[in-house]
Design a protein around this ligand. Structure first.
Ligand code: BGC
Length: 516
């Protein structure tokens, strides 16, 4: 992997020695298993809620409605139930709460311990869900899973960005997204097979299997070293230097170490990271911490992640074909992530964002036209030809690929690399929280939106894709190849943000002027 990813130096000419050591690679791989936890859960709920024995046991009303559905009824409203979507969405509310607390935990106890807590909570949640007898057990399980996800999503991307050499930071950080997509895909595959279990208990296996990524992250977090930045932050400078030497594979780390210590000192001087983040000086970071996760969710990708089986059933597929089609889109999602891994440090973030946006927009228009032409506004398509199924699934796959090499991975990578240490935990908390709020909102309202907006649902997301592409074009500077400690330079050089961010020399001049 490294061969194709040689960096070209930095925006400001600073170059730290050090290579992509085996230790860094393994470290990042294990850390990125945090993404598996998240992905597995994203991918599992849609399939489980489309399994009849599950619906019959926990949501008998929804099951009865589904059973009494006639082919001539409005298909758009077939799965419109707030209780059912609450099963999927409740987890993201818990994750939201956890990500706010996880910010303090990562600062005080380190990224590693936060990951470990995430794994343990997730394991407990998987247990509750697998053995659930009553709805309350499902809900408690979902909330534990949510707390686990909040911890993992807060700590993993930051950890990986801190440990990776800056030249490979993009690619290594994307292991997190790759793990998310693998988690989703594995969930899709298991749903497909478990749904066939004759005893009707397949859903227990689907939900219980979440214990596997949980155990992986627990083991990983036990053996992982803490990141040098995190060790310095907790006053363990000597240990931090030793760790830096090990992960960089060279003892020539003095310059990088000095910069890390300086960054940490200025961060320690900040007693209130939340209030600090509100200062004018951090406006670009604050705006990105809110806008990037908001836009990532408004691409509409999670309509596919959560509800592909429901969507495919709505447009006329049988239960098996729906789960199979979700498996196919899940596979494309994981595969396309590799494109990003191999290109992000070469072509840069902006180009991927813009290309992915254009691709998603075109597909959304085509999918809208396809659904509108057959289902119209009354949602009654009659017999659908077989080519139609291939056509829709094909364009959904192209759409998913567009997301998978742009907003998917970059939605986590860019925020994790633009926050300076002094506000990093707080800003990452905002990033995760905004992501969770909108993940929750989309999970909760999708079936109702589909029922009311019909094929217009996809136009709704297409409009957002246009807006977010314009936002990236105008406001996001390229961050490829810039060391994390030097990131302030990109804002100082940016046509819009430079008025918010003063350069070090301007600040010094301002101090002199004030003292005169
Ligand atoms: C997003 C998730 C999404 C996943 C799909 C992630 O980056 O945060 O909301 O489900 O990508 O691959």
């Amino acid at each position: 992997m490294a061969g194709g990813l040689i960096g070209k130096g930095t925006a400001n000419g600073k170059q730290y020695p050090g290579k992509l050591t085996f230790r860094v690679f393994v470290t990042c791989m294990v850390a990125a298993f945090g993404g598996l936890i998240f992905g597995y859960d994203l991918g599992i709920s849609g399939g489980v809620t489309s399994m009849d024995p599950f619906l019959k046991k926990f949501f008998p009303d929804v099951y009865a409605k589904e059973m009494n559905m006639k082919p001539s009824d409005n298909q758009y409203c077939r799965f419109d139930s707030q209780i059912l979507t609450l099963f999927t969405s409740s987890l993201y509310l818990a994750a939201l709460v956890a990500s706010l607390c996880a910010s303090s935990i990562t600062r005080i106890f380190g990224r590693r311990l936060t990951m470990l807590s995430g794994g343990i909570l997730f394991l407990a949640g998987a247990g509750f869900n697998a053995f659930a007898q009553k709805v309350w057990m499902l809900i408690v399980g979902r909330m534990l899973l949510g707390f686990g996800i909040g911890c993992a999503n807060q700590s993993v991307p930051i950890y990986v960005s801190e440990v990776a050499p800056y030249k490979y930071r993009g690619a290594l950080n994307m292991m997190f997204q790759l793990a998310i997509t693998i988690g989703i895909f594995v969930a899709n595959v298991l749903n497909y097979f478990f749904a066939k279990m004759k005893n009707g208990e397949g859903w227990r296996y689907s939900l219980g299997f979440a214990a596997v990524p949980a155990v992986m992250i627990i083991i990983g977090a036990i053996f992982l070293p803490d990141s040098p930045s995190s060790l310095i932050e907790r006053g363990k400078d000597e240990k931090a230097k030793q760790e830096l030497i090990k992960i960089r594979g060279t003892s020539d780390v003095d310059e990088e170490f000095k910069d890390l210590v300086e960054a940490s000192q200025s961060s320690m001087a900040v007693k209130h990271p939340w209030a600090t983040l509100l200062k004018r000086h951090y406006r670009p970071q604050l705006v990105m911490a809110i806008a990037i996760p908001f836009f990532q969710q408004l691409t509409g990708m999670n309509v596919i992640t959560f509800y592909a089986p429901v969507l495919f059933r709505t447009i006329g597929f049988g239960s098996n074909a729906s789960l199979m089609s979700s498996m196919i889109t899940g596979g494309f999602n994981a595969l396309a992530t590799f494109v990003s891994i191999f290109t992000v440090d070469k072509v840069g973030r902006r180009k991927l964002f813009l290309e992915g946006g254009a691709q998603m927009f075109i597909c959304q228009i085509v999918i809208t036209a396809a659904i509108a032409s057959k289902f119209g506004v009354d949602g009654n398509p009659g017999m659908l030809p077989i080519w139609y199924a291939f056509f829709v699934v094909g364009f959904i796959c192209i759409y998913v690929m567009g997301f998978a090499w742009s907003w998917g991975p970059l939605g986590w990578l860019v925020p994790s690399e633009i926050f300076p240490l002094e506000v990093r935990s707080a800003a990452q908390s905002i990033n995760v929280s905004v992501n969770m709020i909108f993940t929750f909102a989309i999970a909760q309202v999708f079936t109702s939106m589909l029922c009311h907006m019909k094929f217009g649902l996809f136009i709704f997301f297409a409009c957002f894709v246009l807006v977010m592409s314009g936002f990236i074009y105008k406001f996001l500077p390229e961050t490829k190849g810039v060391p994390i400690e030097e990131m302030s330079v990109v804002w100082q050089n940016h046509s819009y943000w430079k008025k918010f961010v003063k350069s070090a020399s301007e600040e010094a001049n301002a101090k002199v002027d004030n003292s005169c």
